[in-house]
Design a protein around this ligand. Structure first.
Ligand SMILES: Cc1cc2nc3c(=O)[nH]c(=O)nc-3n(C[C@H](O)[C@H](O)[C@H](O)COP(=O)(O)OP(=O)(O)OC[C@H]3O[C@@H](n4cnc5c(N)ncnc54)[C@H](O)[C@@H]3O)c2cc1C
Ligand code: SF4
Length: 427
């Protein structure tokens, strides 16, 4: 495997965070794989968004065929290594394992998947090669999970795949966003390198629409795939938000993962505004990095949070607390944020999504020396608004479910820019 983009600089905060689910040893993997019942019509396969033949790869681990196990995984999902660490298996394959019905601990499918794919990468074994060239060229905009998996598939079928990636590092949120206790950026980049070795051309630091003209792309490629993900952190749009000490969650996580100059010195009380998975991730990361008090500020109650319950429970075990039923109305401070002025709110009706009504006289300030805003990310499809024939809805690309094609064009789209970021985090 060619080692591009690695090693990353030392001293990044993410290096202090250990795997929540460490790599199995050989005997652990053997013991766990031997527990599998290799079910006929296995419910775990049906629950996997990429339909990996789970009992088949587990059986191969049990019979010491690790190459075969890894091939079974990657044949279905070329990003099977990162998925083994980041997928919310508790609500997917593991959550559907038949052992749950018997009140027996379910098979740890993600950890077995990681064991097999880790073995493949560590032993530098290539399973796939580029297909016979077919003379067709495809431009891929965005080098995140969507763009990379598209490029891998095309390269294996003989297309010349060219990725244009805005950042200096490829990998998208797998490198910049995923919580380090699930996967470190170095692991994600190892997987990127495995894919690029299929002969994929990559141009980093290249923003399509700014550095590359969209009309030029249309004229020079047989097809174009858009995998640009989502954009910048959303804002609260309240007074005081531009003060020092107020940061977007995705921005902050990127610093934790990649910036060797970043530290949390002097931060002892952090507030995270939001109730989704990114809010939970950043809460837990801050606690594990030594911030003494980290609390969520969320406008509804605990049961209304969009975050996975298992993730929130894990954050609570790390010491997370929450202020529920609060709506931020101002960030207070003298140029440097010192807290959030909130009002208490309650739902107007029993409907989970009902509008919220302010409780009179409930205004109060919650002190903080770091305020993290985790209220979603902007949508980026507007960049391509001038292309004839493309279809958009609510800032995302509308694609045909069968073909991935956007409108009657040679444009295709996938990943967060097409699903609005919903699938991966809530499927
Ligand atoms: C903080 C955070 C944590 C997450 N953790 C998990 C998790 O644990 N498990 C899970 O299943 N999912 C998780 N997700 C969701 C998951 O990361 C995304 O669903 C996934 O990365 C989407 O892949 P993508 O390729 O569509 O987009 P991205 O990963 O966002 O990649 C898009 C790429 O396109 C590039 N780009 C954008 N515009 C341009 C342009 N004009 N020209 C060139 N390049 C461009 C970007 O720089 C980026 O590299 C998380 C998301 C966030 C925000
Ligand atoms: S449901 Fe559980 S026991 Fe059955 S095949 Fe899947 S992992 Fe094995």
């Amino acid at each position: 495997m060619t080692e591009r983009f690695l090693p990353l600089p030392n001293g990044r905060a993410e290096e202090q965070l250990n795997d929540a689910k460490p790599l199995y040893t050989e005997s652990q993997a053997r013991a766990e794989s031997n527990r599998c019942l290799y079910c006929f019509d296995a419910p775990c396969i049906q629950a996997c968004p990429t339909a990996i033949d789970i009992p088949r790869f587990i059986k191969k681990i049990a019979s010491d065929d690790l190459r075969g196990a890894a091939k079974t995984i990657l044949d279905a999902n070329i990003l099977g290594h990162s998925c083994s660490m980041v997928c919310p298996v508790e609500v997917l394959c593991v959550g559907r394992c038949v052992y749950n019905d018997m009140k027996v601990p379910p098979i740890q499918i993600g950890r077995l998947q990681r064991y097999a794919t880790e073995w493949l990468f560590s032993n530098n074994i290539r399973l796939y090669a580029a297909g016979e060239p077919n003379g067709k060229r495809v431009a891929i905009i965005g080098g995140g999970p969507a763009g990379l998996s598209c490029a891998a598939e095309l390269a294996r079928q003989g297309f010349h795949a060219v990725i244009y990636e805005a950042r200096s590092l490829p990998g998208g949120l797998n490198v910049t966003g995923v919580a380090p206790y699930k996967m470190h950026a170095t692991d994600a980049l190892r997987e990127v390198n495995y894919i690029l070795d299929l002969g994929i051309e990559l141009h980093t630091g290249t923003v399509v629409g700014r550095d590359i003209d969209i009309d030029w792309l249309q004229a020079n490629y047989d097809a174009i795939f858009v995998g640009i993900g989502l954009g910048a952190d959303g804002r609260l749009d309240i007074p005081g938000e531009t003060q020092e000490g107020v940061v977007g969650a995705v921005d902050l996580i990127e610093k934790i993962k990649l910036d060797p100059t970043f530290n949390l010195n002097g931060v002892s009380q952090a507030l995270v505004v939001g109730g989704g998975n990114t809010a939970i991730d950043v809460t837990r990361e801050l606690l594990e990095l030594g911030v003494a008090n980290v609390s969520l500020v969320y406008r509804r109650d605990e049961n209304s949070m969009s975050a996975y319950a298992h993730e929130w429970n894990a954050a609570k075990k790390c010491g997370a607390t929450a202020f529920f039923g609060r709506r931020p109305v101002e960030i207070v401070g003298d140029g440097r944020a010192s807290g959030i002025r909130c009002v208490k709110v309650s739902p107007a009706s029993r409907d989970k999504r009902s509008s919220l009504v302010e409780i009179p006289g409930s205004e109060h300030v919650i002190a903080a020396d770091l305020i993290v805003v985790a209220v979603g990310q902007a949508k980026l499809a507007d960049t391509f608004g001038g292309v004839d024939g493309l279809v958009f809805e609510d800032g995302r690309f509308v694609v045909d479910a069968e073909t991935g094609r956007c409108g009657q064009t040679k444009w295709f789209a996938g990943g967060d820019c097409a699903n609005g970021g919903r699938c991966a985090r809530s499927c």
